[in-house]
Design a binder for this molecule. Structure first.
Ligand code: HEC
Ligand code: HEC
Ligand code: HEC
Ligand code: HEC
Ligand code: HEC
Length: 170
């Protein structure tokens, strides 16, 4: 229910700014993104590591959402000529057009969160926080976890990491 409301809100905003593309031929209105990106195809079938695309995870606060500079490493030519979905990304790359992904995560500015700290220093798995992204076949919201304070707290408590307010709120 909550997701539905969220989706409706996103849909409305998307249409208002006029770039809600119906590239997804499944007729599934839940698609928020212009390209039906499949984590399953890339990470499970083709064994591409998360870090290839989310380049900031080990060194920066933000993991980063990849765009055509990253996609073009593989999609500057057609890999499978029968795939309509692949053609969409190919045409973005060919036309040097930025993909207007919708960012789903946005913890507020007053919260300090760093991927580097958790992935590099804390040695956590992506799935500890994001669930199993490798099963995700489209950018729908099935694995989407809105990060609430309690979620951070519970793990910090169970692993003996500080829960001082000032650690996460500067
Ligand atoms: C080939 C590039 C690529 C690889 C490899 C990749 N991702 Fe992504 N990821 C993307 C793109 C593009 C998006 C934005 C579109 C979307 O949401 O699916 C994204 C979005 C995400 C998001 C934001 C949530 C969401 O659904 O939009 C998370 C979390 C994520 N990826 C985690 C991972 C994890 C974990 C791995 C490794 C298991 C991984 N990604 C591997 C390209 C990639
Ligand atoms: C390291 C190589 C690599 C990178 C980087 C990469 N891809 Fe792919 N991508 C592939 C391969 C391999 C396939 C499978 C070929 C096929 O069956 O179409 C694929 C397939 C696809 C498809 C068709 C999937 C389907 O469901 O049929 C889309 C769409 C796509 N990629 C989008 C992207 C986007 C967007 C990016 C950049 C954010 C990206 N890819 C980055 C290798 C890559
Ligand atoms: C300790 C929990 C945690 C772990 C572990 C974690 N993430 Fe995240 N991730 C988050 C939070 C929290 C956000 C939202 C950050 C924000 O809004 O600033 C996020 C956001 C993202 C996003 C959205 C884009 C961005 O830059 O904010 C991607 C992509 C992502 N994570 C990928 C990954 C990948 C890949 C891994 C593993 C290598 C990983 N994450 C490990 C908690 C985690
Ligand atoms: C799955 C477990 C887990 C989750 C969920 C998690 N953390 Fe952490 N966090 C850790 C671990 C482990 C460390 C210690 C990393 C290290 O060794 O430096 C840490 C460290 C930190 C630090 C540095 C603490 C210090 O003492 O300097 C901050 C800040 C932080 N986390 C913020 C967050 C925020 C904000 C969230 C929620 C959005 C979050 N964490 C969610 C496990 C987690
Ligand atoms: C481990 C990280 C972490 C720690 C420690 C932490 N917070 Fe938060 N806090 C968050 C995150 C993430 C959010 C934003 C998500 C949300 O609203 O739940 C947040 C949001 C908040 C908000 C606004 C949310 C609301 O419900 O209005 C307040 C107020 C707040 N924190 C107070 C505190 C106080 C007081 C402490 C110390 C007892 C504390 N926080 C410790 C991560 C943390």
């Amino acid at each position: 229910m909550k997701n539905k409301i969220l989706i409706s809100a996103f849909l409305f905003i998307g249409m208002a700014v006029g770039y809600y593309y119906f590239y997804n031929t499944t007729g599934n209105v839940k698609h928020l993104d212009p390209i039906s990106f499949s984590h399953y195809v890339h990470t499970k079938q083709h064994k591409i590591k998360c870090q290839v695309c989310h380049r900031g995870v080990e060194t920066q606060m933000r993991a980063g959402i990849p765009n055509i500079d990253v996609c073009s490493m593989c999609h500057s030519s057609i890999i499978d000529s029968t795939s309509k979905k692949e053609f969409v990304i190919y045409s973005y790359v060919k036309d040097n057009k930025t993909i207007p992904w919708k960012a789903l995560y946005n913890i507020p500015d007053y919260v300090y969160f760093s991927h580097r700290r958790h992935v590099k220093m804390g040695k956590l798995e992506c799935s500890d926080c994001h669930g199993d992204m490798t099963t995700q076949t489209s950018p729908e919201l099935q694995n989407f976890t809105p990060f609430k304070m309690q979620f951070c707290f519970d793990c910090h408590e169970s692993r003996g990491v500080s829960t001082d307010c000032g650690n996460c709120h500067h």
